[in-house]
Design a protein around this ligand. Structure first.
Ligand SMILES: Cc1ncc(C[n+]2csc(CCOP(=O)(O)OP(=O)(O)O)c2C)c(N)n1
Ligand SMILES: [Mg+2]
Length: 681
């Protein structure tokens, strides 16, 4: 009897998710009812019985993370957030997809209490979850002590056919399998249906076999059956040495009499008639919309006191930890709060005027100077540490501690191989690397970075864009920043990349001109609250003489050298081209032309300065300005009247020769400056 009642209540609860979701989509007259109808049982079981969260405090650090990688199913998540008692009133569900609501079309972090990551581009959430599991494993290994598991949570996700088909999830799954991230558990909503048709038009592999081969534990189950979902979750939790994929067979649009199991239910509202028919099929009152029976709401709302208890228990566990390990506890607290440890910047390197260093090498020295002082700075490259110079010496490699020792021979940067290692070997998986870094940033407690060649930023553009939308504190290091790469030829020589990264709103791009600007660039990245792209040179660059210049990189652009009296021309240059501007200015001076040289490492930081400062750098409207940057010139019109740049692909040859052939010589800058002056007089 009790079981029968419980079953009824369970059904009522699952159907509450379904009905709220179809009502939300119908009210918006836009959205995706199919996924919530099919995945409601998965959501119900996970959110009411397994997920350790505190709806009253979505920021509780040790909560389980939940990622809805299939972001189009956002109404499922909003329904769950409302039902379990997050600060998301029913009114917000009624305003689904309306401007200014807390229920945007796809989940956006910072918009909705309880949304952990911004999802929508399929596969992105999958990779973010891997990053979250990495962050958890690192923090646990670094801070937990015997009897004190202060960092100890799982990362769950719901992923769809589309997520599984996207390449990024393959990369991310391979990484997660290799790293044996046992606390990562994904429920795959396998409904065999996608946006434009039945998934089998393009998707016929054995997903289970593929994930098994990648080192995952897989369970096939009936996603519509709560008990089967429990079975899968129990198995996944019991499997601590592998990530788990629960392959949950479901029906898209389940319960809709005329639309279930059709692709039409993926992305269009059911329509008033079908909403009514669906409610009738579920024996649900057709009016009012957004109706939730009290007993069902009570079931979900148990998450509120339960969550408070979970956090209170953790608070006492943390207090005991703090008692025994005050220094570690203080460090962890600071990291969770996103604070840099006091004195982190003591001993950052500086370079003497006249010395030469590639900015990638300067970056290595900067990282070397601060990484021990910031123990939660973690990251690595896509198999390019020896070239990006981003390895942390003797900081250990982030690795599956149970990897057979024989495998641990090559490529180590020194130190332990464990989850406490700080050098992450992402493998040659740039897209997933970007997604994982974003996931780590969203998780919090760590400051993550990635590194590869600038030309491969194209492979990371999607995660970089998501970092900007979501304001993750992700640091993306890109080296080999121009045609000066040389011998590797046009495939390895970025041309349009710096400018195209500048196109992304709310992203700070910095291309430092020398070692000292590189130190300042790293400082900016570490102190920023959002994402930063650092663009560094492969080749040596001379250390600039900034003389008495007070302003610097923290102004985005600054006057590096000023002629006596009013300048005839202003030379605006970035990165490796600043030295050319300096040399050209001195030649021009000999010819009686006074040139101001502006070092312009970051457009975005410069744009934040006040008008008076900007004027003081750019000069008057009448003074001609020439930009010099080894990249696409489109865009420089914002600041310059003419440009020395690269508007075609590069070439294979020694870097210095390529630069020369493409006009990156002081002589050509002089020539172009004179031409501009000639034109303007
Ligand atoms: C990278 C990317 N490509 C395309 C889309 C557009 N899109 C949204 S959902 C979807 C496929 C839906 O199929 P599935 O993932 O199985 O979700 P379901 O319809 O079963 O809910 C597509 C192609 C997207 N969101 N992201
Ligand atoms: Mg599908």
């Amino acid at each position: 009897m009790a079981v029968a009642t419980d079953r009824k209540l369970e059904e009522l609860s699952i159907n509450s998710i379904r009905m709220l979701s179809i009502d939300g989509v119908q009210a918006a007259n836009s959205g995706h009812p199919g996924l919530p109808l099919g995945a409601a049982a998965m959501g119900y079981v996970l959110w009411t019985e397994y997920l350790r969260h505190n709806p009253s405090n979505p920021a509780w650090f040790n909560r389980d993370r939940f990622v809805l990688s299939a972001g189009h199913g956002s109404m499922l998540l909003y329904s769950l957030l409302y039902l379990t008692g997050y600060d998301l009133p029913l009114e917000e569900l009624k305003n689904f997809r309306k401007l200014g609501s807390k229920t945007p079309g796809h989940p956006e972090i910072h918009m909705t209490p309880g949304v952990e990551v911004t999802t929508g581009p399929l596969g992105a959430g999958f990779s973010n979850g891997v990053g979250m599991a990495i962050a958890e494993a690192f923090l646990a290994a670094h801070y937990n002590r015997p009897g004190h598991n202060v960092v100890d949570h799982r990362t769950y996700g719901i992923v769809s056919d589309g997520d599984i088909m996207e390449g990024i999830s393959m990369e991310a799954a391979a990484l997660a399998g290799h790293l044996a991230l046992g606390k990562l558990i994904y429920l795959y909503d396998q409904n065999h249906m996608t946006l434009a048709g039945s998934a089998n038009v393009s998707f016929s592999e054995d997903v289970g076999a593929r994930f098994e081969a990648l080192g995952w534990h897989t369970v096939a189950l009936d996603g519509l059956d709560p008990d089967d979902v429990r079975r899968g979750l129990d198995e996944a939790i019991a499997t601590s040495d592998k990530p788990s994929l629960l392959i949950c067979r479901t029906v898209i649009g389940f319960g809709s009499p005329n639309k279930a199991n059709t692709f039409g239910v993926h992305g269009s509202p059911l329509g008033p008639d079908e909403v009514k028919a669906t409610k009738e099929a579920f024996d649900w009152p057709t009016e009012p919309a957004f109706y939730v029976p009290d007993p069902a709401l009570e079931v979900f709302r148990e998450a509120v006191p339960a969550g408070k208890r979970l956090e209170a228990d953790w608070d006492s566990a943390f207090a005991a930890y703090e008692q025994e390990f005050p220094d570690l506890a203080a460090e962890l607290k600071g990291a969770i709060a996103g604070k840099l440890p006091a004195g982190w910047d003591a001993g950052l390197p500086t370079w003497e005027v006249g010395s030469k260093i590639a900015t990638r090498k300067a970056g290595e020295a900067v990282i070397g100077a601060f990484f021990e002082k910031i123990p939660t700075f973690i990251g690595g490259s896509a198999d390019l540490d020896p070239s990006t110079n981003t390895g942390m010496k003797n900081a250990g490699d982030f690795e599956n501690p149970n990897l057979p020792l024989t495998d641990k021979v090559q490529g180590a940067l020194g130190g332990e191989w464990s989850y406490a290692g700080r050098n992450i070997h992402f493998g040659i998986r740039e897209h997933a690397m970007g997604g994982a870094v974003n996931g780590m940033a969203a998780h919090g407690g760590v400051i993550p970075f990635s590194a590869t060649f600038l030309v491969f930023s194209d492979y990371m553009r999607a995660p970089i864009r998501l970092a900007a939308i979501s304001q993750y504190k992700s640091i993306f290091v890109f080296t080999h920043d121009s045609i000066a790469v040389g011998e590797d030829g046009p495939t390895h020589e970025p041309v349009e990349h710096v400018m195209s990264l500048r196109l992304i709103p709310d992203l700070t791009v910095i291309r430092p001109a020398d070692g000292n600007e590189t130190t300042a660039a790293w400082r900016h990245a570490l102190e920023a609250s959002g994402p930063t792209v650092l663009v560094l040179s492969r080749q040596d660059l001379p250390t600039l003489d900034t003389g008495s210049t007070k302003a610097g990189l923290d102004h985005g652009a600054y006057v590096l050298s000023e002629p006596d009296g009013e300048p005839d021309i202003v030379l605006l240059a970035t990165g490796s081209e600043v030295q050319l501007a300096v040399a050209a200015a001195s030649t021009l001076a000999g010819d009686g032309i006074s040139a101001r040289v502006v070092s312009f490492p970051s457009w975005e930081i410069f744009e934040e300065q006040d008008a008076a400062y900007k004027r003081s750098v750019l000069g008057s409207e009448e003074t001609p300005r020439l930009s010099i940057e080894a990249g696409t010139t489109i865009g420089w019109e914002r600041y310059a009247d003419a440009s020395v740049g690269v508007d075609r692909f590069g070439a294979s040859g020694p870097g210095a020769k390529v630069m020369e052939q493409y006009g990156f010589t002081a002589e050509n800058v002089v020539l172009q400056a004179k031409a501009l002056l000639g034109e303007s007089t």
